[in-house]
Design a protein. Structure first.
Length: 599
């Protein structure tokens, strides 16, 4: 209930960030919920077709289910509800896991409460694409709980549950790959299973095999879609410097979560001239020394830090899959490493004070301290959630902290373009391209904005450059064809669209636009071929009112008014205020024809 209260404003947030378009707006499988779409997500292991990057089918299916529940970018509440519910379940599972490990319910509850209220979870709850974080945490905790029960009470079915939950966690987000190593650490402390390491590893052989397979699929799918390597491009020392920096940075953010931001830029150059790098290296050395000294009194601090390091390791930069140095969302699951020694220490104090005089005072002091920390965390969470109110607010907050963040300039340009501020969008797309001239998405956005402004010659150059930079994105070719059509170069537009359909046969927009271009040709053969592409577009994306209307226009022109009426009606069912469909329906009822509209 406390977590729900702290995160309740998340349900009203509307901000889009980074790759939300790929996950939802421009994802035909998510927008077409079906068993067929779910199978596509599961089958596309080495080269996902709708979301570039690593294999994450469970996340995509989850978003698809929320879309079926009525979730839309215009009204994302359904997505936020599921995300908040998962975060609350994760907080509850943290309590259960810590209770089963240390046997003290109140200390486990205190730590779970602090986790639930912590503002570093804001990104995972408020950012639609980070559903993967919440799902991976949920199934990882279920896997660890099942393993703890198996280690304590035996029974093969508990181990099977552990393996299944681990596999599901990897299907949500492969960064959970380190869980088998965490289980080895838990064997050592606090489970205290006196077994030789090789026997413990043999016991978990199934888990390690699944982890290796997942790591292989992840690397292949990442390389085949967007490539890899952000930190190692400039100098080989970048990775160790980033590892040292992030160990100290994440520890600080966990215990003093202020100044949070979705984007922490990679500094250039990354060397000791940057104070943050020097502090990271010195702090990492001091931390290592403190952990070695603590070994004399307790294993908990070393195991806790090792758990954190194992779980955060995939995001530390050795495999570059994101253009940031660090991210608060990366410690959502690894935070478990900090919670283990904290819960153990509170459990020990709780038991000690339970046998001493004045235990009510001592325990009351702990309760007051936890409540004070919880209130502070709640306040920080609410303040950070305010930045996620809408996309413009979020991007401006990022630019206030990181003015050279090219992705924020691009995202702000996209949002301004949608709001009709074309000049503002052009300004931010150009700034993004100044920071990274080969930024394909920004080049595509600039081409779109220039075309809307009517600067078609510039838009043509920008569109051609966008295709060069992002040949794997069908929308860049569609934009180029649209500009060519507006410039009266229909034959060249047809060539571009035919190539696009050949390369991306499942792109509904390319099929629709090619059909419209062909329908305007003088020859009968072209008009007949247009119908095939227009029907294919409607089949690929039955939720697009414009596609239905274009097909209906073609049918009216061919004299098939009765069939046209059904498509106009489908268009109006999808968008009741769709003016062209309403006018076309009136023409179809009168039995008059009209040429199809331009793309």
């Amino acid at each position: 209930m406390a977590t729900v209260a702290a995160y309740w404003p998340a349900l009203a947030t509307r901000a889009q960030y980074f790759d939300d378009d790929e996950y939802l707006n421009n994802n035909p499988l998510v927008q077409r919920p079906s068993a067929e779409s779910a199978l596509r997500f599961l089958n596309e292991m080495t080269r996902p077709s709708t979301v570039r990057g690593y294999y994450q089918p469970l996340t995509m299916i989850s978003l698809m289910v929320d879309h079926a529940r009525g979730g839309r970018m215009a009204d994302p509440r359904a997505f936020r509800e599921t995300s908040l519910a998962l975060h609350c379940l994760n907080a509850a599972l943290v309590v259960l896991l810590l209770y089963r490990l240390f046997g003290s319910v109140w200390p486990a509850a205190f730590v779970g409460l602090l986790f639930g209220l912590h503002p570093t979870a804001v990104e995972s709850v408020a950012w639609l694409a980070e559903r993967k974080n919440l799902l991976a945490m949920f199934f990882s905790l279920l896997s660890l709980l099942s393993y703890v029960e198996y280690a304590r009470r035996g029974r093969r079915w508990r181990y099977v549950a552990c393996v299944v939950a681990f596999a599901l966690a990897l299907l949500a987000k492969p960064t959970a790959v380190g869980l088998p190593v965490v289980m080895l650490l838990l064997d050592y402390w606090p489970l205290g299973r006196p077994r030789r390491p090789w026997k413990s590893m043999r016991e978990k052989a199934h888990l390690f095999v699944i982890a290796v397979i997942s790591a292989g699929v992840t690397c292949i799918s990442q390389l085949s879609t967007v490539g890899t390597g952000f930190l190692e491009r400039e100098a080989p020392l970048n990775v160790p410097l980033a590892v040292a920096h992030n160990n100290v940075f994440y520890l600080w953010k966990a215990f003093w979560p202020t100044g949070l931001c979705p984007f922490y830029a990679i500094p250039s150059p990354m060397d000791f001239s940057r104070p943050m790098m020097l502090v990271g290296v010195v702090g990492c050395g001091l931390l290592t020394g403190a952990l070695l000294l603590s070994w004399r009194w307790t294993r908990g601090l070393v195991v806790g830090w090792a758990t954190f390091f194992v779980l955060v390791f995939p995001t530390l930069g050795l495999v570059g899959f994101t253009p940031v140095l660090a991210a608060d969302r990366f410690i959502y699951l690894p935070m478990l490493g900090y919670m283990l020694p904290l819960a153990a220490g509170l459990a020990w104090l709780w038991q000690q004070w339970g046998r001493a005089r004045g235990r009510a005072i001592h325990r009351g002091a702990v309760v007051v301290a936890v409540l004070a920390a919880g209130l502070a965390l709640s306040h920080s969470t609410r303040r950070y959630l305010a930045d996620w109110r809408d996309t413009v607010t979020l991007q401006r907050a990022i630019l206030d902290r990181e003015p050279r963040c090219r992705q924020a300039h691009h995202n702000l340009g996209v949002e301004l373009l949608q709001r009709g501020d074309i000049d503002g969008a052009i300004e931010h797309f150009e700034k993004a391209l100044e920071l990274q001239p080969e930024f394909g998405a920004a080049q595509y956005g600039l081409a779109t904005a220039l075309a809307r402004r009517g600067r078609l010659t510039e838009a043509l150059d920008a569109s051609r450059r966008a295709v060069e930079l992002s040949p794997h994105r069908p929308e860049t070719r569609c934009q180029l064809a649209t500009v060519l059509t507006r410039l009266g170069k229909a034959a060249e537009a047809e060539t571009v669209l035919r190539e696009c359909v050949r390369l991306f046969p499942n792109c509904a927009t390319a099929c629709n636009n090619l059909g419209v271009v062909l329908s305007e040709q003088a020859g009968a053969s072209g008009r007949e071929e247009a119908g095939r592409f227009l029907r294919q577009a409607v089949t690929l994306d039955p939720t697009n009112a414009a596609f239905e209307c274009n097909l209906a226009d073609w049918l009216v022109a061919r004299g098939l008014c009765e069939e046209a009426r059904s498509h106009y009606q489908r268009a109006l069912a999808l968008e009741p205020d769709h003016g062209p469909a309403r006018a076309g329906l009136a023409r179809a009822r009168q039995g008059t024809g009209q040429r199809s509209r331009s793309p």
